[in-house]
Unconditional design. Structure first.
Lengths: 307, 429
C-alpha cells in the first residue's frame, strides 16, 4: 500500500482506496490480534496442564521430608533448601556429582559407540552387496523382537566369566559392536534414501567404500546421526536395569541407581532428597534436548520423507 | 515396569533352579590362615545411614583382621533382590549377604547358601544366641542363616497426635472389638482429618495372629495353607463391618499419601506393624520418636501364644564363596561383636545376639522396643516354619485385595476366591 503515496492527485479512485484501506487493514490486524491472544491463552492453559507435574516437582524439592503425604498441594508450608544440601552431600560418602559424572561418561560413550557402529553397519547393509546380507539383515531385525529378559542371564554369566563385572564394559561393548538393531535399522533406511548416483560419481573418481562412506554418506547422514545420538543418550541416561545388574561398587553407580538409594522402605526414606535429586538429574537431559531439538525434529521429518 | 519385573523374576527363578545343581561345598579347611590376604564381597540393603554404619563396622573388623579386605555394595530392598536373583542364576552371589526371611527357603532349597553348621562355635560364636534364635535360619535341617535382629508384631500409637485430638490412649491387648470401638472414638474426635487407625484386615500378619490364637499357622512345614476359605471370608467380613462404622481411615485417603502409610503421614493414631518400624515412622512424621508408643496388638483369644519373634534380617554366606572361613569371621563380627553393636545400635533390629546387644547404647526408641518385646514374653509362641517360597507375593496379594476391599471394588467372596487362586498358583510352582 506504500505505492498509494506516489499516486498522482486527481485520480480519485486511488485516493479513496488510500483513505479507506488503512482502517480496513487495522480492523483486520485487530481481528488477528484477538485470535492470536485466544490461541496463546489456550496454548498457555494446555502448557500449564502439561507442565504442572514438573512445576509440582520443583516446588516439592523445597518441602521438608515430613511434609510429603501430608501436603499434597503445590506450595510447601515450610520452604527449605535442606534437600539440596543433603543431595549435594551425596550418599555413602560419595557426592552426587560423582554419580552424574558416571552417567555422563556412560551415556557419552554409548552415543559415540552406537553412532559409529550403527552407521558402519547401516552402510554395509544399504550399500555393500555381500553374501548372506539378506539373512543377516533379517537376523538383525529379529533381535528387535527378542525380549531383553531372555538374554539377561546368559549375558551376565558371560561377562562374569570374562571378569568384567563392576566395569562399564558390559554396558558399552554391545553399543560399540552394533548390536543396537534399532539404530542400525534407522541408518539403513536413511542411507537407502540417499541417491546412489552420488556414490557412483565418487566411484568414477576412484573412491572406495571407506572414502564413499566418510566423504559422501556421513555428511548426508547427519540428521539421522543426531536423532540416533539423542535417543541413545536419553535411553542410556535413564537406563536402570543394566547398571543395576553389572555395577557393584557404589562409587561406580549411575544416577538412576543413586536416586533409588534415597528411598529405602525398610528403614527411613528421604523423600525430599529424592525429589531434589530427581530434578537435578532431569537437567542434563533437558539441556541435551534443548540444544539438539531443532536437529531432532529435522531428523524425524527427513526420516518420514519417501524418496 | 511391573510386568517387566515379573518377567525378570520368572526368568531368574527358572535359572535359579538350574543353578541349584551345583556340588556340595566342603566344610572349613583346616589350614585356614586369617592373616592371608583375601577379598570378600558384602551386600546389604538399606539407606545412606546404614551404609555409613557398615563402613565403620568394617573398619573395626579390619583392626582385628587387617588382611581381609571387604568390598561392600548396597541397594534398596527391591533392587537388592533383583540383583541377587540374577547373580544366583550365575552362581556368583556375594560372599556375605544381609538376608531376608522371605527369601531364605528359596535360596536354601536351591543350595545357594553355605551350610553354617561346621562353622558354628569355631568361627561363629553361638553363646550369644538362644536355642530358638539359632533355629530361626534352619531350612530342612540345614542352618543357612543366622538372625541379626528380631522383631515382633506390635501396635504403634501416636500419643502426640492423640493428645492433640483430645482422644484417650489405647491401653493395648484389648479385644479386637474394643480396639475398633476405640478407633471409632478417635475418628469421631478427629472430625475427618484424623482417624483412629487403618483397617487391620488388610495385613496378612493380623490374619496370621488370629490363626495362631487357634493353634494354627498360615502354612505348615510342608508349605500347605492351614486356613480355609470360610476363615478368610470371616476375617475380611469383620473388616467390612469396622470400615462401615467409619472408624478407620478411608482407603482413598491412604492411596493419596502413599508411599507413606496413614500413620507415617500423621493421619491415623494407631497402626499394627513390626516393632522396628518406629524410626521410619518418626522420619516420615518429621518428629522425634518420643511421641510414639508401643503396645501389644489386640487379643483374639485370652492366653493364646499368638505372637512370635521373627528375624528382622539375617546374615548368610554364599555357597559359591571361595573364602568361607574368612566370610564366617566377618559374619561372626557383624553378628556377635560388641564393637559392631556399638556401631549399628538397633539399625538392623533389636540384636538377636546378647553379646552384640551388650555393645548397643539403647536410644529411647530402642529401649521401648526392648521393653515391648520383654512385656509380651507370655504371648510369644514358637516361630512358624520358614516362609514358603513366594511368600512375599502372597503377602502382597493379600495387601492389594485388602486395599480393593477398602475401595469397594471387590466383594469379600470375590477377594477370597482371587486370593486362593493366586496362592495356589504360587504354591504349586
Amino acid at each position: 500500500m506504500t505505492t498509494v503515496e506516489h499516486v498522482q492527485p486527481g485520480h480519485g479512485t486511488a485516493e479513496i482506496t488510500a483513505r479507506d484501506a488503512p482502517p480496513a487493514r487495522r480492523r483486520g490486524r485487530r481481528r488477528g490480534l484477538a485470535t492470536t491472544i485466544v490461541w496463546y491463552l489456550m496454548l498457555l492453559v494446555l502448557a500449564a496442564i502439561v507442565l504442572y507435574p514438573l512445576v509440582w516437582l520443583f516446588f516439592a524439592t523445597l518441602k521438608p521430608s515430613s511434609e510429603f503425604g501430608r501436603n499434597s498441594g503445590l506450595l510447601p508450608w515450610e520452604p527449605t533448601l535442606d534437600n539440596y544440601a543433603r543431595v549435594w552431600d551425596g550418599i555413602a560418602g560419595i557426592p552426587l556429582w560423582r554419580y552424574g559424572l558416571n552417567s555422563l561418561i556412560v551415556a557419552s560413550l554409548a552415543v559415540v559407540g552406537t553412532l559409529a557402529s550403527s552407521a558402519l553397519a547401516g552402510y554395509a547393509f544399504a550399500r555393500v552387496s555381500f553374501k548372506g546380507s539378506g539373512i543377516l539383515f533379517a537376523a538383525m531385525i529379529g533381535t528387535l523382537l527378542l525380549p531383553f529378559h531372555v538374554i539377561i542371564i546368559p549375558q551376565y554369566i558371560i561377562f562374569n566369566q570374562l571378569d568384567l563385572l563392576d566395569t562399564y564394559v558390559p554396558l558399552l561393548i554391545g553399543k560399540f559392536l552394533g548390536t543396537e538393531a534399532f539404530f542400525v535399522f534407522l541408518m539403513v533406511q536413511f542411507i537407502r534414501n540417499i541417491p546412489r548416483e552420488l556414490d557412483e560419481a565418487a566411484r568414477i573418481d576412484g573412491a572406495g567404500h571407506p572414502r564413499i562412506f566418510w566423504s559422501i554418506v556421513v555428511p548426508l547422514l547427519r540428521p539421522a546421526l543426531v536423532t540416533g545420538g539423542i535417543f541413545s543418550f536419553i535411553w542410556t541416561w535413564n537406563d536402570f536395569l543394566g547398571p543395576l545388574i553389572y555395577l557393584t561398587s557404589p562409587e561406580n553407580y549411575t544416577l538412576p541407581i543413586a536416586l533409588r538409594l534415597y528411598n529405602d522402605t525398610t528403614s527411613t526414606s528421604d523423600y525430599g532428597a529424592t525429589v531434589a535429586a530427581s530434578l537435578l538429574s532431569l537437567i542434563p537431559v533437558l539441556l541435551f534436548f534443548l540444544i539438539f531439538q531443532r536437529m531432532l525434529i529435522r531428523g524425524v521429518a527427513t526420516q518420514g520423507l519417501k524418496g | 515396569m511391573k510386568r517387566f519385573k515379573i518377567a525378570i523374576a520368572a526368568v531368574a527363578s527358572a535359572a535359579l533352579l538350574l543353578a541349584g545343581c551345583g556340588g556340595e561345598p566342603a566344610g572349613p579347611s583346616s589350614d585356614f590362615d586369617p592373616n592371608a590376604p583375601v577379598t570378600l564381597d558384602l551386600a546389604f540393603w538399606g539407606n545412606d545411614t546404614r551404609a555409613g554404619f557398615y563402613k565403620n563396622a568394617i573398619a573395626k573388623f579390619n583392626e582385628k583382621y587387617p588382611k581381609i579386605t571387604v568390598n561392600s555394595t548396597f541397594l534398596p530392598f527391591p533392587e537388592f533382590w533383583e540383583k541377587r536373583q540374577i547373580e544366583a542364576a550365575g552362581r556368583d552371589l556375594p560372599d556375605v549377604m544381609q538376608f531376608d526371611y522371605a527369601y531364605l527357603r528359596q535360596y536354601s532349597q536351591n543350595k545357594l547358601l553355605l551350610d553354617l553348621k561346621p562353622y558354628l562355635g569355631k568361627y561363629i560364636k553361638t553363646d550369644g544366641f538362644t536355642e530358638s534364635t539359632l533355629g530361626i535360619g534352619v531350612v530342612n535341617g540345614v542352618t543357612t542363616a543366622l538372625p541379626i535382629g528380631t522383631n515382633a508384631w506390635a501396635m504403634f500409637t501416636n500419643t502426640a497426635l492423640l493428645t492433640k485430638s483430645g482422644a484417650g490412649a489405647y491401653t493395648g491387648a484389648t479385644s479386637w472389638d474394643e480396639y475398633a470401638t476405640w478407633m471409632g472414638s478417635v475418628s469421631k474426635a478427629g472430625g475427618g482429618s484424623v482417624w483412629g487407625g487403618t483397617d487391620p484386615t488388610g495385613r496378612i500378619q493380623n490374619f496370621e495372629i488370629s490363626l495362631r490364637a487357634n493353634g494354627k499357622n498360615l502354612f505348615d512345614d510342608a508349605g500347605a495353607a492351614q486356613f480355609t476359605k470360610a476363615e478368610l471370608a470371616e476375617f475380611w467380613g469383620k473388616g467390612a463391618q469396622v470400615r462401615g462404622t467409619g472408624a478407620t481411615i478411608p482407603t482413598k485417603r491412604l492411596l493419596e499419601v502413599a508411599p507413606k502409610s496413614g500413620f507415617g503421614a500423621g493421619l491415623t493414631t494407631s497402626e499394627l506393624t513390626w516393632d522396628n518400624f518406629g524410626a521410619g515412622y518418626a522420619g516420615d512424621l518429621g518428629a522425634d520418636a518420643s511421641g510414639l508408643a508401643l503396645s501389644a496388638p489386640p487379643v483374639t483369644k485370652a492366653g493364646a501364644k499368638d505372637l512370635y519373634l521373627k528375624p528382622s534380617m539375617l546374615h548368610a554366606i554364599a555357597a559359591n564363596s571361595e573364602h568361607p572361613e574368612a566370610s564366617a569371621l566377618l559374619v561372626d563380627f557383624l553378628l556377635n561383636s560388641q564393637e559392631a553393636g556399638a556401631v549399628f545400635g538397633t539399625n538392623r533390629g533389636l540384636p538377636a545376639s546378647s553379646t552384640h546387644l551388650a555393645g548397643v547404647k539403647l536410644d529411647p526408641l530402642s529401649q521401648k522396643i526392648l521393653d515391648y518385646e520383654t512385656s509380651i514374653k507370655d504371648r510369644l509362641g514358637a516361630a512358624p516354619p520358614v516362609p514358603v517360597v513366594g511368600y512375599g507375593s502372597i503377602e502382597e496379594k493379600f495387601r492389594q485385595l485388602g486395599e480393593e476391599l477398602g475401595l469397594g471394588t471387590v466383594t469379600v467372596e470375590q477377594a477370597v476366591d482371587q486370593f486362593f487362586s493366586e496362592m495356589d498358583t504360587i504354591l504349586k510352582k
